[in-house]
Design a protein around this ligand. Structure first.
Ligand code: FMN
Length: 206
């Protein structure tokens, strides 16, 4: 059964990235009537901070872990299982302070695990989440054109590309809704702003 992981990271009810990922899911469901969707709302259920017990636990063989160590990895195990089960991912990302929302960073810290999602040998690192397809929707107040001074401040897309690639996810499409501050200022209405991005997403999801 084709499976989609739908993840959101914006804290806002009126979130642009959430509206866009919802549209992706709707189109994807229509194209995959037999498909399943795993919902992962990082704001409703923020992943835990990684702490000393967590770090000690990942460096302890599974059979030797204490119950406290096993408990510390439970959410990590669940989030990784979602990535392994799904064939495709749709991730909604709000730009916060030129980077990803802190809940998304918490998620990344929980899913990047040696021996589970990446490994190292003499030839270097190897990502273990192979054959997956990801679409990342990024909403930002400003516009970050590559090659401009503003573009150099966009750490969202390069960071996500690097970290997902490190985990083996290399088939990644970025869809951007930049300049959302125009909607807040009322210089463009929300529907007009969203329309080209919604169309782009419908094409990618179908
Ligand atoms: C805490 C916070 C930090 C933000 N930082 C930036 C930023 O660094 N650059 C930017 O262009 N917009 C920034 N914005 C604006 C958001 O990127 C914009 O509102 C976007 O629509 C957020 O996505 P969302 O609507 O899905 O929440 C910030 C908004 C918030 C709430």
């Amino acid at each position: 059964m084709p499976t989609l992981l739908h993840l959101d990271s914006s804290p806002l009810e009126s979130s642009i990235s959430r509206e866009l990922t919802r549209e992706f899911v709707k189109t994807w469901k229509a194209a995959h009537p037999d498909g399943a969707v795993i919902e992962r709302d990082l704001v409703a259920h923020p992943p835990a901070l990684i702490d000393a017990i967590w770090v000690g636990s990942v460096h302890t063989p599974e059979s030797a872990r204490t119950s406290e160590q096993a408990a510390a990895l439970a959410i990590s195990d669940q989030l990784i299982a979602e990535l392994e089960t799904a064939d495709e991912y749709i991730l909604g990302v709000a730009m916060h302070n030129f980077s990803v929302p802190s809940v998304l960073k918490l998620w990344i810290d929980q899913i990047a695990r040696h021996g589970r999602t990446f490994t190292y040998d003499e030839s270097g690192a190897e990502g273990l989440l192979k054959g997956k397809k990801a679409t990342i929707v990024i909403a930002s107040g400003g516009v970050y054109e590559v090659g401009t001074p503003a573009g150099a401040m966009n750490f969202v897309e390069p960071y996500l590309k690097a970290v997902l690639g490190f985990l083996g996810i290399t088939d990644v499409k970025f869809v951007t809704a930049s300049g959302a501050s125009q909607v807040m200022r009322g210089t463009i209405d929300r529907a007009t702003f969203l329309q080209p991005v919604l169309e782009q997403l419908r094409t990618v999801a179908a």
